[in-house]
Design a protein. Structure first.
Length: 316
């Protein structure tokens, strides 16, 4: 940089200009401010108009998530409704069979513990384990008490469980017909109260007792429900098998679960061959579908529930 010279006003001599400290500081500050300002401008322009590969990918993902989020919200709401309905159905089945409220699901709080990750110390793990062992011990004691109560009730009653088995063998869920509720009568085409479950099987299919009991009624008729067998299982539980082609038991006979009691048919007023199966508790009609979960796979049980509820027309 070239040197600057000035003329002294006092003696009119020419000498080199020496800048003061203040002027040097101000000049450096000006350069610094300008440099920082330019850097900020460059950054803003680069951020607004120039994107890296990572930023472009993230923007694409954000746009995709924005489109998917409303659909995910709808699915979440639908799943919530389904879970609530399943929980309500589970409570209904539990109450119908065991005559008590369903036990609440246990929350072990494991997810919160795992989310802490490596930040949990060894001492924290030990304390957490001790707490869970104590809590589990208390819950196990409650379970033991519940089992003791159930065993005492079983010992004081002749039979404590309802009929929980299918009255047919080699049954496919596709053979499930209309279940309990308002169904369309196949002859009159009007809604009527359907008091059982239609099991669609060919005429002559063996029919078995769904639980041990005593045959309290056999009816042979060409009208109404046709040939019927009624079995009393104790504790108010009664099963009824209608539209039979043949009856193989007599009134007063004791049968075990799985004993053959007749053959399916379409006697009486039946639209097609099938078994009309009814379950009652203290003369109140129950949904037989709620009593099959112990004798079929979960997949078959789910399909049977869907078909039984969705089929609008009965077979009798």
């Amino acid at each position: 940089m070239s040197s600057r010279y000035i003329i002294d006003k006092d003696d009119f001599r020419i000498r080199k200009d020496r800048p003061s400290v203040r002027s040097v500081f101000m000049r450096a500050l000006k350069y610094l401010v300008v440099s920082v300002g330019l850097a900020v401008i460059y950054y803003i322009v680069f951020a607004l108009f120039i994107s890296t590969d990572t930023e472009r990918r993230l923007k694409q993902e954000n746009r995709m998530f924005e489109k998917l989020y409303p659909e995910m919200e709808e699915k979440e709401a639908l799943l919530g409704d389904v879970v609530a309905e399943l929980q309500q159905r589970d409570n209904s089945i539990y109450g119908e069979i065991f005559h008590s409220a369903a036990l609440p699901s246990m929350d072990f709080g494991y997810a919160d513990f795992v989310s802490a990750g490596d930040s949990v110390s060894d001492e924290g793990v030990v304390r957490y384990t001790e707490m869970k062992i104590a809590s589990t011990g208390k819950k196990a004691a409650k379970v033991d008490a519940s089992f003791k109560y159930i065993l005492e009730k079983c010992a004081s009653m002749r039979d404590s469980l309802p009929p929980l088995h299918l009255p047919l063998k080699d049954f496919s869920y596709a053979q499930t017909g209309a279940s309990v509720g308002s169904k369309i009568n196949p002859f009159y085409k009007v809604p009527v109260s359907h008091d059982g479950l239609d099991l669609l099987v060919p005429s002559g299919t063996p029919v078995y007792a769904s639980a041990a009991g005593v045959v309290v009624e056999t009816v042979r008729s060409g009208r109404g429900s046709g040939n019927v067998v009624v079995i009393d299982h104790g504790n108010g539980y009664v099963t009824r098998y209608a539209h039979l082609k043949e009856i193989h038991v007599r009134r007063g006979r004791h049968v075990e679960m799985g004993d053959k009691i007749g053959l399916s048919g379409m006697t009486g007023r039946a639209f097609a061959p099938h078994l009309h199966y009814t379950v009652m508790k203290d003369t109140v009609v129950l949904d037989p579908l709620n009593h099959f979960f112990g004798s079929v796979t979960p997949e078959t049980y789910m399909e049977m529930m869907i078909l039984g509820e969705s089929i609008a027309q009965s077979m009798d």
